[in-house]
Design a protein around this ligand. Structure first.
Ligand SMILES: NC(=O)C1=CN([C@@H]2O[C@H](COP(=O)(O)OP(=O)(O)OC[C@H]3O[C@@H](n4cnc5c(N)ncnc54)[C@H](OP(=O)(O)O)[C@@H]3O)[C@@H](O)[C@H]2O)[C@H](O)CC1
Ligand SMILES: Cc1cc2nc3c(=O)[nH]c(=O)nc-3n(C[C@H](O)[C@H](O)[C@H](O)COP(=O)(O)O)c2cc1C
Ligand SMILES: Cc1ncc(COP(=O)(O)O)c(C=O)c1O
Ligand SMILES: [K+]
Length: 474
């Protein structure tokens, strides 16, 4: 078969935009010579849509999702997205007024029904959609749409349209996420009359269609991470790389200014009550730390270390916790660094851990001492050899003329220790231990009414020390 040469349009950042015929041709190639089945492509497309939604509209505050599905594959993408949203913790409901009897769609409906996802008729939708929904997924029409919308989709679409200059909230219209094409738009020319849908988010699939150039909402994503190089080359498709293992990628920057003051998370789902907490704060710390590790949090041992110099000038930076027990909390660093200079002249510090996903913070305060040299030796030699050499090279916190200084010294030392002989610990590199006098556990709760349990070490005579626990107001 001859390779079709497609003239497609390039957009910002050299992304390809496809015409209606090109979109259909790519689709055909994927399901023809490339061996994909429609179920596979639809599953990946629907997962992309759900992932993009989760990136922008967190489940807290946007759990009530209405997915409106059309009669074709765009509607199928909506059904798949609804299933993934359910598993992500959302509470999707579906409006699917024109079903088909094809087995693939029946299967998707059965899967949703088995999850207890409700199907609503158009008549069952509230007159103000915002009364019952935080988000609408528009999966009515995709790239095969032509003409003007016919019933029952015409009136459904009409309910989502916010005339220019009007406030969606006042009209009771939630944020709209369109799958592949804002439904009702011409696939190539867009919303020519400026009377149609104006979605907040568009998730283009495979490659954006020409109408996407007219999209002015704040969130444009690309999904459908299944385009093999063979197809990309054959159609000269320029597509942005997907980050890491993500199923979707943002196209262009959000064009709305970020309302920093409105960024907030509501802390729900956990509590820290006196009857559950350990009497010993180190045991309590161990419980929370183990939980943070079990939950696979990124760098659970990363902590902020705050110090102050002799004049009381504070400074803070991240370090890694490398051990803790009844004596205290240990980290390693350069003894000529700024933090070390603070600690050697003013040996007191404060540590802060923040385990975001668990809505937990731990604060620790107390005097600090260097750990014994043997302890530093042991830890130093447990590090990767590259980091051992890195510690020799870095005169931490001193000004250097350029990166090349580090690299040159590093290469020299790598050559010197190429025989695998032990690398001696630099005498100016080692650990500090903070001996805790105060440890506070903070558990985020609803309406900012957090739980705070503070443990204070109280000395009774010279040998008797006990931890006193108090609840603090949030
Ligand atoms: N590789 C890919 O790009 C993939 C894309 N996917 C998704 O599939 C759609 C395209 O799906 P398709 O089934 O070809 O078409 P649509 O979903 O756009 O809709 C076709 C149905 O809509 C009816 N239709 C068309 N125009 C109207 C209108 N004016 N009023 C009412 N109904 C209309 C049409 O009926 P006809 O009687 O007119 O034929 C069809 O029933 C693509 O956009 C992606 O979302 C895959 O999921 C994955 C691979
Ligand atoms: C997550 C994270 C962990 C870090 N861990 C350490 C550490 O354990 N020891 C260290 O010396 N620097 C560590 N750093 C670098 C420090 O934050 C800091 O840049 C460096 O120690 C110099 O600080 P100072 O000039 O205040 O002494 C870490 C940085 C980050 C972001
Ligand atoms: C300069 C420096 N030293 C020490 C550490 C501690 O890490 P590790 O001992 O695990 O290499 C870090 C961690 O980021 C660091 O940046
Ligand atoms: K759509």
């Amino acid at each position: 078969m001859a390779t079709p040469v497609l003239q497609h349009s390039q957009g910002p950042d050299s992304i390809s935009y496809l015409s209606q015929a090109q979109a259909a041709s790519v689709d055909e190639a994927l399901m023809g010579e490339l061996g994909f089945s429609i179920d596979q492509l639809m599953e990946l497309a629907g997962l992309s849509v759900a992932s993009a939604i989760a990136e922008v509209y967190g489940v807290q505050g946007h759990s009530r999702v209405l997915v409106i599905c059309g009669p074709g594959n765009n509607g199928g993408d909506g059904l798949v997205a609804a299933r993934h949203l359910y598993h992500f913790g959302y509470k999707p409901r579906i409006c699917y007024p024109k079903r088909t009897s094809k087995p693939i769609y029946q299967g998707l409906v059965t899967q949703l029904e088995s999850l207890g996802v409700p199907f609503l008729s158009a008549d069952e939708l509230p007159s103000r959609l915002t009364d019952e929904f935080d988000l609408i997924v528009d999966a009515m029409f995709g790239f095969s749409f032509h003409g003007i919308p016919r019933p029952p989709f015409d009136s459904l679409l009409h309910r989502l349209v916010v005339p220019l200059g009007q406030n969606p909230k006042e009209l009771g219209v939630p944020a709209v996420v369109s799958v592949d094409i804002p439904s009702g738009w011409h696939v190539e020319d867009g919303d020519t009359e400026c009377t149609g849908l104006r979605p907040d988010m568009l998730v283009s699939l495979t490659a954006p269609k020409l109408c996407a150039k007219k999209f002015e909402g704040p969130h444009h994503f690309l999904g459908g991470r299944f385009v093999p190089p063979a197809i990309a080359n054959k159609y000269s498709l320029q597509l942005p790389p997907y980050p890491g293992t993500s199923m979707c990628v943002r196209i262009g920057k959000p064009n709305q200014p970020v309302d920093v003051a409105a960024l907030r998370v509501n802390y729900v789902g956990f509590e820290l009550l006196e009857e559950q907490a350990h009497g010993d704060p180190i045991q309590q710390f161990k419980e929370w730390f183990d939980e943070a590790v079990r939950q696979d949090l990124p760098e659970p041992n990363a902590m902020t270390l705050a110090t102050a110099n002799q004049d009381g000038r504070p400074s803070a930076r991240m370090v890694l916790l490398k051990g803790f027990d009844e004596r205290g909390f240990v980290w390693y660093t350069n003894y000529d660094s700024e933090k070390a200079s603070d600690l050697l002249s003013n040996p007191k510090a404060s540590l802060v851990f923040f385990w975001e996903r668990l809505h937990r913070q731990v604060r620790v305060e107390g005097p600090v001492e260097k750990v014994p040299p043997q302890e530093s030796d042991e830890y130093f030699h447990s590090r990767p050899r590259g980091s051992q050499i890195g510690a020799m090279v870095s005169m931490q916190s001193s000004v250097i003329p350029g990166r090349n200084v580090l690299e040159k010294n590093y290469e020299g030392l790598v050559a010197r220790y190429a025989d695998g002989s032990p690398i001696p610990r630099p005498t100016n590199w080692g650990g500090f231990r903070l001996y805790p006098k105060v440890i506070e556990f903070w558990q985020g709760r609803e309406s900012r009414l957090h739980d705070r349990l503070r443990y204070r070490l109280v000395e009774e005579g010279t040998s008797n020390q006990t931890w006193v626990r108090e609840r603090l107001s949030p």
